[in-house]
Structures are given as structure tokens and as C-alpha cells.
Design a protein around this ligand. Structure first.
Ligand code: KG4
Ligand code: ZN
Length: 346
């Protein structure tokens, strides 16, 4: 059973995991830097790089110990090489290169979005044939049409803010700290979704793009207009904002699946951990007879298991990387030629 040791350091989580070719997780660990950014209201890349440097070796030792394996039992080393914050990416990618070089193992450069799309790869209910993937995170909101070779074609994207970014910016205005998506999800459970109703952009248009900046502006204006922002008002605002964001995401992916006649839908990225979005998608996919794959919430937010799974898919196809592969802050996953040129040695 070939095992891959994988690293994810593209943003503010240092994550390490070992996954074998049957999809079994031998060990996983994650260190979140979130507390370090409370003061700043967002990620500080330089602090992030330093924290990744401090955490990556102890986490790797912890994961090997958890798996009861030595580095000699590992068959390939993988890491996120793009997109993301350059400093943080460099830490994971160079650690992976060093380890692979020292152990004489193959190196596999993984695209972060491929990780989110393939978080459920090798699980029994993960789609085998063509499927659509909705990836909604702090940096991305997009729909991809994926085939069985996992090539991904972008069919819709946000024209401005990402869904997670909208959650985070509105949450900041509500004093919920950073990142705010999970807190909004929790508070919305006590709120009334119909007290504040927010607009859903481009609802009836023919394309599959999103826009969240109008909703965000309306929510910020609404927050400023409140004379009494008590706990119930905050909960009601959270419920209203969450309803509109989730409705926009789920309407668009279901419409795309029906119009393109694709029967399977995969959801990923931090926002896919949202309980309302998950409930809405389960209901809509049952109504329209679609197969829905939702990763467990801890594999929606950034983690290294998803990077190891995407690396297993690449290893199976022989898509190994050269040691000269460089990290990229921006790299569209739909540009297969560019991706092959940068990431793959064959
Ligand atoms: O995928 P991810 O961990 O990192 C990126 O690649 O961006 O996504 C983080 C984003 C943040 O914006 C966070 O607020 C949001 O996912 N998020 C959520 C929830 N959990 C995380 N948004 C809504 N509901 C949640 N339960
Ligand atoms: Zn992510």
C-alpha cells in the first residue's frame, strides 16, 4: 500500500497527513494560527511563514508517531505548491523537497483547489464519472466541471468577493473576530432568517458566476443602521446573511448540474462546512435526484488529508514533479497546459 506524506501550508494552517492508496488516513495533525491573528483581523503572511517553520517538523514527527511509521515507510512526498501566500507556501514546498531529496522519494506538487475538490477521493461514495465541483472558501468561490481524469474546467466564478470573504468581512463588522464563518454558522442557529433579507445577485442570469459584494455592502449598511445591536439582532443578521450566501451557492450549482445534465456534485472549501449550506444542498439534490458528495466538515477547511488524496490521484497517473518546481501565488487550475508545464516532469 503506497503511502504519501503530505503538507499543506498555503495560508494560516500548518497541516501534515499520511494517506495510503486505498484512502486510509494513517495520521494527521493541524496547527491553526488563527489565535495569532486576533489582533490584526486577518492573516499576516510574514508571521504565518515563521509559524509554519516552527510547526512543520514537530507536526511531521507527531504524524509519523501516530501512524507508527518511520520515514522509510513513505513512498512519496507531496505539498501544496499553489495558489496561496508565497512565504507560507515556500515553507511547506521546500520542506517537502528537502525530505523527498534526502529520502530519494518522488515529489508531488499539488494545487490547493485540486485538494479541495479531491478531499473525498478514494471514498466509496465519491463520484467516479464526470462531476461538478463547487469550491467555496476564503479565497475562492467557483464551479468546475471535472472529468474522470480529474481535469477541471472553470464554468463559473465569483466576480468580486469569495463567499468565505463575505462571511469574514460581515463577521468583522459584527465584532465576531477572524475568521467569522464558523461563528456566523453557530449564531445563525439562534436567529431568524426572515428578519433581515439580503439580495442574491445575478439570480436569473444564464451564466454560473457569483457576486457577493452587493450582499456584503447591504449587510454592512444594515449593521451600521442598527441602533441596538444586541445578541438577538446579531443572531438575526447572521441568519439572514448566511441564508443569502448559501442560497446563492446552492442555486447556482444545482442550476449548472441540471442544465449541463451532470448527475454528481462535489462540494468543498471552508464554506462547505456551513451547516445551513449542507442542509440546503442535501434537500435540493434529493429533490433533483443528484448524487451529492459532501466531505466531513473537518476536511472542508484547509487540511493535509485532501492534499495527500489529490497526490494519490496524481501518483496513480504518474504525474510526478521536478525538484525545480516553484511555488506560485496565483495559478489557475483550469489551465491544464500551464499546470502541466509548472507541476509535472512528464
Ligand atoms: O478552505 P479554507 O479553510 O481556506 C481557504 O482556502 O480560504 O476556508 C476558510 C473560509 C473562511 O472564510 C471561513 O470563514 C470559512 O471558510 N468557513 C465557514 C465555516 N467554516 C469556515 N464559512 C461558513 N460556515 C462555516 N461553518
Ligand atoms: Zn482552502
Amino acid at each position: 500500500m503506497r503511502k504519501i506524506l503530505a503538507f499543506e501550508t498555503s495560508c494560516d494552517d500548518t497541516a501534515v497527513a499520511i494517506v495510503d492508496e486505498a484512502g486510509a488516513i494513517w495520521g494527521e495533525a493541524i496547527y491553526s494560527q488563527v489565535k495569532e491573528y486576533a489582533l490584526f483581523g486577518g492573516v499576516v503572511p510574514e508571521l504565518g511563514s515563521r509559524a509554519h517553520i516552527e510547526q512543520i517538523l514537530p507536526l511531521t514527527k507527531k504524524v509519523l508517531k501516530q501512524a507508527k511509521l518511520s520515514v522509510r515507510d513513505i513512498h512519496a512526498i507531496a505539498a501544496t505548491f499553489a495558489p496561496g501566500l508565497i512565504g507560507p507556501l515556500l515553507v511547506g514546498a521546500n520542506f517537502a523537497k528537502g525530505l523527498a531529496q534526502a529520502l530519494g522519494l518522488p515529489l508531488i506538487a499539488v494545487h490547493h483547489i485540486a485538494g479541495h475538490v479531491l478531499a473525498g477521493y478514494l471514498e466509496a461514495d465519491f463520484p467516479k464519472g464526470p462531476f461538478l465541483a463547487l469550491i467555496a472558501s476564503g479565497g475562492h468561490s467557483a464551479i468546475y466541471s471535472c472529468d474522470h481524469n480529474f481535469s477541471m474546467r472553470l464554468i463559473g466564478t465569483t466576480l468580486d468577493d469569495a463567499a468565505g470573504e463575505a462571511f469574514d468581512k460581515i463577521g468583522r463588522a459584527l465584532g465576531l473576530g477572524y475568521p467569522a464563518g464558523k461563528k456566523i454558522d453557530e449564531l445563525a442557529k439562534r436567529g431568524c432568517k426572515d428578519r433581515f433579507v439580503f439580495p442574491i445577485a445575478m439570480r436569473n442570469e444564464q451564466h454560473y458566476n457569483f457576486s457577493f459584494s452587493g450582499l456584503k455592502t447591504k449587510a454592512l449598511e444594515c449593521i451600521r443602521a442598527q441602533t441596538l445591536l444586541d445578541d438577538q439582532c446579531v443572531a438575526d443578521l447572521c441568519a439572514g446573511v448566511q441564508e443569502a450566501i448559501c442560497q446563492a451557492l446552492s442555486e447556482r450549482i444545482i442550476k449548472a448540474a441540471l442544465q449541463l445534465n451532470i448527475k454528481s456534485v462535489v462540494i468543498g472549501g471552508g464554506v462547505a462546512a456551513n451547516s445551513r449550506l449542507r442542509a440546503m444542498l442535501k434537500e435540493c439534490s434529493a429533490t433533483h435526484d443528484l448524487n451529492l458528495y459532501l466531505p466531513a466538515p473537518q476536511y472542508c477547511t484547509d487540511n493535509a488529508v485532501m492534499i495527500a488524496k489529490a497526490a494519490q490521484a496524481k501518483l496513480k497517473s504518474g504525474l510526478l514533479s521536478d525538484f525545480s518546481t516553484d511555488v506560485q501565488a496565483y495559478l489557475p487550475i483550469e489551465d491544464q497546459d500551464l499546470l502541466n508545464k509548472i507541476f509535472h516532469k512528464y
